[in-house]
Design a protein around this ligand. Structure first.
Ligand SMILES: C[S@@+](CC[C@H](N)C(=O)[O-])C[C@H]1O[C@@H](n2cnc3c(N)ncnc32)[C@H](O)[C@@H]1O
Length: 378
């Protein structure tokens, strides 16, 4: 969307009246009480509108402008591309696939209870398209209505043509005075400039998964090392010791690194994993070092001891190196795909995936180099 005149900070850039919001209220008027989540029913509603003989009636101009495909979204990727996603992202995309599938089955069951003719003809691909329209374009509305299952989301025609940038600062919400959903820009625009909103502080992998694009630069990028942490443990520790340590870590996981930033959570986990003597939870040496570990977590001590700290950074280097080798392999396969004359993927799907892959490699490479510097001083 472009500014047709200068826009000052604080001005409303879009105002969508309540009657044009495809919201839970509207769905309730059309379908009455129903067992579906708002997301499930919004997607079905889009499909049913498009199936109407008049192409959606008053909503036709809006429906005509919805995306024709979602080929840059990982959830639609064929195995050749899907297999090159970073492992953590692939796992999340897998969950998204399962969600769409179960939502599809739920709406088919609903159509059957209504003896709707589409109960037997609704195709999965058709429903997936509508589900992704909702996922990439819906707004979150805060209302006092507790009947909406799965959050108060709505489609807001026009407003959903605004693209994302992390620089955009906005405020948004339902204005009871104008009875409209409004977005105000907190940054000014000159006539002719593209006007943006901000979808939230997401890293590129999250943006890729939810919206099918990536930002050229993204300060929120990170790499997850959960799988590598446990793989290293399996190689170096006993099953008994691992299970004792896992129990201590409670909600184990979310071990991440960013450029010049190793998460405190990861370092804490490695400090525990580097402790020796976890043969028995009541082993006195282990109990003592576990108490020292707690002191570090609570900020009462800087580290357990020099040897534990050195071990932590050696383990971290080993984990990052393992992840880097795998990330590089995927990156090389993507380069080969890009070079192959028979490539049939959407060019942006491959372009974005290659960027994600490069970003993971860069973060890992830089972290390994930082660890080497740190180890030299220990
Ligand atoms: C809410 S819609 C925005 C309007 C959309 N560009 C359109 O023309 O319909 C979200 C979708 O817009 C695209 N998009 C948003 N911001 C983008 C950006 N900064 N770069 C590339 N694509 C973007 C993505 O395809 C995303 O799924």
């Amino acid at each position: 969307m472009m500014a047709t005149s200068d826009i000052a900070a604080g001005e409303v850039i879009v105002r969508v009246p309540k009657s044009f919001l495809i919201s839970n209220d509207l769905l309730y008027k059309v379908y009455g009480p129903h067992p579906l989540s708002t997301h499930q029913l919004l997607a079905l509603h889009l499909v049913l509108l498009l199936a109407q003989a008049d192409g959606g009636g008053v909503w036709k101009p809006y429906l005509d402008l919805l995306p024709s495909h979602f080929n840059t979204l990982p959830v639609t990727f064929p195995p050749t591309l899907f297999d090159q996603l970073p492992d953590a992202l692939a796992a999340e995309v897998d969950l998204q696939r399962q969600k769409i599938k179960s939502d599809y089955l739920a709406v088919v069951r609903f159509l059957k209870t209504k003896q709707h003719p589409m109960a037997s003809s609704l195709e999965f691909k058709q429903y997936q398209w509508a589900w992704l329209c909702v996922n990439t374009r819906c707004i979150h509305v805060t209302t006092s209505d507790n009947t909406a299952k799965g959050g108060n989301i709505a489609m807001a025609p026009l407003l959903d043509f605004l693209n994302h940038t992390s620089e955009a600062k906005i405020s948004s919400g339902f204005n009871p005075q104008t009875q409209s959903f409004e977005i105000k820009t907190l940054t000014p625009y000159r006539k002719g400039e593209q006007v943006f909103i901000n979808y939230g502080p997401h890293d590129n992998q999250a943006i890729f998964k939810e919206y099918g694009f990536v930002l050229p630069e993204n300060e929120f990028n990170f790499v997850t090392l959960d799988k590598e942490v446990w793989a290293l443990m399996k190689d170096t520790d006993t099953d008994r010791s691992i299970s004792i340590k896992r129990r201590i870590l409670e909600k184990a996981g979310d071990y991440t690194i960013k450029k010049q930033d190793i998460s405190f959570r990861l370092i804490c986990a490695l400090r525990l994993l580097a402790l020796k003597g976890a043969t028995d939870p009541s082993n006195s040496t282990f109990v003592r070092s576990q108490m020292e570990w707690h002191d570090v977590i609570m900020g009462l001590a800087e580290q357990i001891d020099d040897s534990n700290e050195r071990m932590v950074y050696h383990m971290l280097k080993s984990i990052c190196t393992r992840a880097y080798i795998q990330a590089e392999e995927k990156r090389n396969r993507l380069d080969a795909l890009a070079d192959s004359a028979t490539t049939i993927h959407h060019p942006f799907a491959l372009l974005f995936l290659r960027q994600i892959s490069r970003e993971s490699c860069d973060i890992l490479k830089e972290t390994i180099s930082d660890i080497d510097t740190k180890l030299d001083t220990m």
